[in-house]
Design a protein around this ligand. Structure first.
Ligand SMILES: *[C@@H]1O[C@H](CO)[C@@H](O)[C@H](O)[C@H]1NC(C)=O
Ligand SMILES: *[C@@H]1O[C@H](CO)[C@@H](O)[C@H](O)[C@H]1NC(C)=O
Ligand SMILES: *[C@@H]1O[C@H](CO)[C@@H](O)[C@H](O)[C@H]1NC(C)=O
Ligand SMILES: *[C@@H]1O[C@H](CO)[C@@H](O)[C@H](O)[C@H]1NC(C)=O
Length: 620
């Protein structure tokens, strides 16, 4: 029953592109015999199918999580997705053939050459997402094309050649989250979108007109740009338009309609209540009946099959809901609730690094968002509820210098933490990596900016988490990411409360501080010490070698590193250019760094004091 997780790693020649798969369940589900047939039928109506040459009927499309056929996404031996992008495909998309794949939940045919009208999507009633952007799909989309697609979350039709009104069936999909219709010729008014959970509705660059419906008024104005005649919030007001829309003489008619609707509603309500009472009564009768029968059955040692089936069915149901729950990502940031575990599993993933706590991966999910997935094994210190509670607490933290947690995945022996991807690498890679035109050495003003950002993020953590033994606990240069403008973002913070006690000494940087190494005690000032190490590392460009010592850092080694820096005359990193005018300020910061590394916990400064002093340092 327990889900079984395995990460299969595939490497290619120069860069390591890893594909991360999770086998969601060890339960063996036999794939439908017809999967291969259905796909081959689907292929028949496509044109230019060179990229699908390995769709070989003598092999089954899926073997467990591995796909034998190009572009097929597999779990447990069945097909749950198709990803046929950038293949020059055209022709007709045969949804009748795809409808024969019982587990198909997503497909992407983006960046191809399809020019047909949109097929009748409701034939795939269980679809969760589809991606058809960047083709030449054309013509009208009938109003009821999406009717009844109760699971559909993402609709990507951007940059095609559609000309109709926006189908009203799209506006009433209960789960819709993301919709991209930008870059088409959609016309007429925008229908009333009813979903509360809509995140992105991109309608830019079409021919839409009239007022923007209320439920979309909080969307970013850029999603409506490039339409000549849209009005109302978030765009400009539209008095004139409204007058022509709703002439006064339709008002009585409207009122009558509303009255009729209310009456109908009342009648329906009464009917529902009566039916409800009837069902409950019947059920009560039946359970009575069952209990009676089963106790009778026990006595006679032969329960009739009739009494067993409904019970078995309920346990099955309970099991499957439990399983569905255990495969769910928990979002700490509701705004970001736009992907699910399956999106992550099929995303192509690139290993970013394997830190002491676990490997981290960059994954690109189908909608083009980049995320970082970090995988932790040694995180069983607390039970499920406490873990959830701690993650929610981390999720509430909000500071420009903290990399926000977006979601997490809980399993007893493994956790995944998911955050946004920041694309300028880590501080460590900038300090110690190779430099070139694209990645020049950091200059002094940038280094000072990074120190200030790190200090602010730390101070925020210390203020927000006054009760924790050590609020960050794992501050080091490889855990500081830089964004495009070199603003630092702290990651892997506040994990001490959930990391297994027996490993924590090896895993977290705070345990390498003199507080722990010498005094066997962890204090909040361990973070001050880690900040000191980062300051010295930034100024000197020297890697703190004692980090590499397995287990507890050797006290002497640690002192030696700090002392070499304190002693040397020419300590500053030569790669910092144009530092002539800034030597005095740099020395000021060096002193702060050394003071943070003060061995005695009592005489080491408090976080507030350090941050105040750092703020006083100027770049020249
Ligand atoms: C499925 O894959 C496994 C290992 O990847 C292999 O040993 C096995 O022969 C494959 N089965 C089929 C039917 O291809
Ligand atoms: C878009 O559709 C129109 C007719 O509906 C056609 O004339 C035009 O060539 C199409 N544009 C593209 C880029 O396919
Ligand atoms: C919205 O559409 C515009 C125009 O196609 C595009 O440039 C922009 O990236 C889209 N934004 C989102 C969030 O989809
Ligand atoms: C709207 O989108 C633009 C462009 O993507 C972005 O710069 C801006 O910050 C967004 N505004 C809001 C309020 O989200």
């Amino acid at each position: 029953m327990g889900a079984h997780v395995a990460w299969l790693v595939r490497s290619s020649a120069s860069n390591l592109i890893f594909t991360l798969f999770i086998i969601l369940s060890s339960a063996v589900i036999s794939y439908g015999e017809g999967d291969a047939d259905a796909l081959l039928k689907f292929k028949q109506s496509l044109v230019h199918t060179g990229a699908l040459n390995n769709w070989d009927p003598s092999k089954s499309p899926c073997n467990g999580t591995k796909a034998n056929w190009n572009g097929v996404l597999c779990t447990n031996g069945y097909i749950w997705g198709l990803r046929l992008e950038n293949m020059g495909l055209s022709g007709v998309i045969d949804l009748d053939a795809l409808a024969r794949l019982p587990y198909l939940r997503t497909f992407s045919f983006m960046n191809n050459d399809f020019s047909s009208p949109l097929p009748d999507m409701k034939k795939l009633g269980k679809l969760k997402s589809f991606f058809l952007s960047n083709n030449r799909f054309s013509g009208e989309i009938p109003d009821n094309t999406f009717a009844g697609m109760r699971s559909l979350k993402k609709v990507y039709l951007a940059n095609n050649n559609f000309t109709s009104k926006i189908p009203s069936s799209l506006a009433s999909l209960p789960k819709l989250l993301l919709m991209r219709l930008d870059g088409n010729h959609f016309e007429g008014q925008i229908p009333e979108f009813q979903q509360k959970g809509l995140r992105i509705v991109n309608l830019s660059n079409n021919n839409l007109e009239g007022p923007i419906p209320q439920n979309l008024q909080k969307q970013n104005a850029s999603f409506f740009s490039g339409n000549k005649n849209l009005c109302g919030p978030p765009l400009e007001r539209c008095e004139a338009a409204r007058k022509t829309e709703a002439p006064a003489d339709t008002k009585p008619l409207k009122a009558a309609l509303i009255l009729l609707a209310i009456l109908l509603g009342l009648v329906l309500l009464v009917a529902v209540i009566i039916i409800g009472i009837y069902i409950v009564k019947r059920r009560m009768n039946r359970t009575e009946h069952l209990r009676l029968q089963s106790s009778l059955g026990n006595q006679s040692n032969s329960p009739s099959p009739k009494t067993r089936t409904p019970r078995a069915a309920t346990t099955e149901h309970a099991k499957s809901t439990k399983k569905a729950d255990s495969m769910k990502l928990s979002f700490v940031n509701k705004e970001k609730d736009t992907f699910d575990l399956q999106d992550l599993l099929t995303a192509s993933a690139e290993v970013l690094g394997s830190g002491s706590c676990g490997a981290s991966y960059k994954t690109l999910i189908m909608s083009g968002e980049a995320l970082v997935v970090k995988r932790f094994k040694q995180m069983n210190k607390v039970g499920r509820e406490e873990f959830h509670e701690h993650m929610r607490r981390i999720g509430r933290l909000n500071h420009p210098n903290l990399l926000p947690l977006v979601a997490y995945y809980y399993r007893r022996d493994e956790k995944l933490l998911i955050s946004d991807f920041v694309d300028n690498g880590s501080l460590a890679s900038h300090l110690h990596g190779n430099h070139n035109a694209e990645k020049p050495a950091l200059d002094w003003p940038t280094r000072l900016k990074i120190v200030k950002g790190v200090a602010r993020g730390l101070l925020y953590l210390h203020n927000e988490l006054p009760t924790l033994a050590v609020p960050h606990g794992h501050l080091k240069s490889s855990n500081v990411l830089l964004d495009q403008s070199y603003e630092p973002l702290l990651m892997d913070y506040t994990l001490a409360p959930v990391i297994n006690t027996e490993y924590i000494h090896h895993l977290l940087v705070a345990y390498k501080s003199p507080d722990f190494v010498k005094h066997r005690q962890l204090t909040r000032k361990a973070d001050v010490w880690s900040l000191g190490v980062i300051i010295l590392e930034i100024l000197t460009g020297k890697f703190p070698t004692f980090y590499l010592t397995q287990g507890n850092a050797n006290d002497a080694e640690l002192k030696a590193w700090v002392n070499t820096i304190a002693r040397e005359n020419e300590v500053f990193d030569e790669e910092m250019r144009n530092t002539m005018n800034s030597q005095a300020e740099m020395r000021k910061l060096l002193k702060i760094g050394l003071a943070c590394c003060e061995e005695s916990v009592e005489s080491r400064w408090e976080m507030e004091e350090v941050v105040e002093k750092i703020e006083e340092v100027n770049s020249r």
